[in-house]
Write a protein that binds this ligand. Structure first.
Ligand code: ZN
Ligand code: ZN
Length: 332
């Protein structure tokens, strides 16, 4: 077992907890500030992996979300509530996330109270209606609204626990508008992906810049500009084109992955690393590798070949982020 914390408090650090279509999450630390980028694993698994990687979950200051796909948000609500920390979204992503958690068949708390009132009125029992209003926990009068997560901490406030989209605090940011959380500077940028308002990030602390760019169909000029002069680059290398073409996905899904708002192939990542990337990063991490349509060795070889163009002994250490275990912390 680790004795926490393993690291000095003031340090710039980047810990990929998981990367891939079954869940994505990274801890970024700068100075005294520590944030979780995406929460695509269960709260329990996120905490387990953080401890495994020497990160203390209790010291997280905020959660930052790239986009609303379930491999980036599946543990979000439970984790945010458990830690009582704010969640940063774009407004579009927040709305899409709420829609995802509240399909039509589900009722909000307010709708449930309304239905409760109506049914009471239909029975022409004014007194019952008043009782229902006063005591929303009386489940006899109406069905419980469907809640997405079952096991909530017992000390949670009663009313918000019934609302699957309830979060301790929500903050909005906009792509192209830099902001700060504590000691971390955050620069969100738009990425081409089939979500409501997806973003990548460049994080800045103590003069260092760390970029996170996964879930993008291609690398447009605005993203290329953001990835200049970074000290750490987490870049998607999602699929091998041949494996995807011959692989098990239905045709429509293959088309989606290949599209301009899908995922970046090994070849596309390699093309960027060879021809557009400035070769400045100490670490290049390949991420969001498909388990069905890629092999770590294929992704690695393609990137290695591309990075040969940048003859630097100090830079471009190549690492692969994994789905099922955290990557060892990178620190500066
Ligand atoms: Zn994803
Ligand atoms: Zn996605």
């Amino acid at each position: 077992m680790h004795n926490l914390p393993l690291y000095p408090q003031r340090m710039v650090r980047f810990t990929v907890l998981a990367s891939g279509s079954k869940g994505n999450s990274t801890v970024v630390t700068g100075g005294r500030t520590r944030i979780l980028v995406d929460a695509g694993l269960s709260c329990r698994e996120l905490f387990r992996r953080m401890r495994l990687a020497g990160e203390d979950p209790e010291t997280l200051d905020a959660i930052l979300i790239t986009h609303e796909h379930s491999d980036h948000v599946s543990g979000l609500a439970v984790t945010a509530r458990k830690l009582g920390i704010p969640v940063y979204f774009t407004e579009g992503t927040h709305r899409a996330w709420m829609r995802w958690l509240t399909p039509r068949r589900q009722m909000s708390y307010a709708q449930w109270v309304e239905q409760c009132r109506r049914q009471a009125a239909e029975r022409q029992a004014e007194a019952d209606a008043a009782q229902c209003e006063a005591d929303p926990d009386d489940a006899e009068l109406a069905p419980e609204p469907v809640v997405a997560e079952a096991a909530e901490p017992a000390d949670e406030p009663a009313a918000p626990a019934k609302e699957p989209t309830w979060l301790p605090a929500v903050e909005y940011f906009q792509a192209g508008q830099p902001f700060t959380i504590g000691d971390l500077a955050i620069n969100p940028f738009t990425i081409p992906h089939d979500a409501a308002d997806p973003v990548g990030f460049v994080f800045g602390a103590e003069g260092l810049r760390m970029a996170l760019a996964t879930d993008l169909g291609y690398i447009p000029p605005n993203v290329k500009a953001q990835l200049k002069g970074v000290d750490l680059l987490l870049l998607e290398s999602n699929h091998d084109l041949e494996m995807l073409r011959d692989g098990p996905y239905p045709w429509s899904v293959k088309q989606r992955v290949l599209s301009r708002v899908g995922h970046l192939s090994n070849d596309a990542a390699g093309d960027f690393l060879e021809n557009e990337y400035d070769g400045q990063a100490a670490y290049v991490i390949l991420g969001h590798l498909s388990e069905s349509n890629n092999l770590p060795e294929l992704a690695r070889v393609t990137a290695e070949r591309a990075l040969q163009a940048h003859a630097s002994l100090l830079a471009n250490r190549l690492l692969l982020a994994a789905q099922h275990e955290p990557l060892e912390s990178i620190y500066f």
